[in-house]
Design a protein around this ligand. Sequence first.
Ligand code: KIV
Length: 271
Amino acid sequence: MSVHSNTKRVTTQTLQEMKMKGEKIAMLTSYDYSMARIVDDAGVDVILVGDSASNVMAGHETTLPITLDQMIYHAASVVRAVNRALVVVDLPFGAYQGNSKEALTSSIRIMKESGAHAVKMEGGAEIRESIERILSAGIPVMGHLGLTPQSIYKFGTYTVRAKEEAEAERLLSDAAVLNEIGCFGIVLEKIPAVLAAKVTTSVDVPTIGIGAGPNVDGQVLVVHDMIGLTREFSPRFLRRYLHLYEDIKAAVGQYVTDVRSTDFPNEKEQY
Ligand code: KIV
């Protein structure tokens, strides 16, 4: 956080007020300084340093391989760029499932070493003790229910979650737990829109949807997907605002042509 900036920062309290006023919250991921600068400058309220960095930055098939040290590196780069948005960092797989002490130690490392403002964790009642311990240290926690990619090998697929009544009931009850113990928000990933709407009215804290329909308090997307840097990933919920893969490929192709033909550099592009 820059002590020189006059910009009013988004806090967890701001998000709560937005929910109460019915103002939608815009959240996007970022993993590096240059992207975070643009995303913050464009007015996004919450920047998520997601463990999706494992996929889009490092090329892994799942979010499981990314380490706590790698998340801290990404988060610190993002924090250096941001003047306004609340920066939330995913606790990566293996950094909190062991026990609540480990969850707190990992969260403290993220806050101290990156300067981020909050952490996010996947799960409900089963991680209650860890969340409470982190909250008791004064660290804001965002929950994440529905499709939780760190459990992909339990689910076996990335399809919509909680379509069946029993799972939907469990999700509602998990959301109630997260709300009651003091999470400042809950991400709802890839669940039926009707269920997301029900969760949103049943909790006091803001819900942020990804593939969860319009009746939530805000939306989140992976920035690489929404600007079309990725191509293979095309779920129904994704709106692509740009097609940067094609644009960058064309620009790089032109550069290769120009270098080979000695068109670049020209007389003005030299000393
Ligand atoms: O890691 C991530 O980018 C996320 C979002 C998809 C919510 O958790």
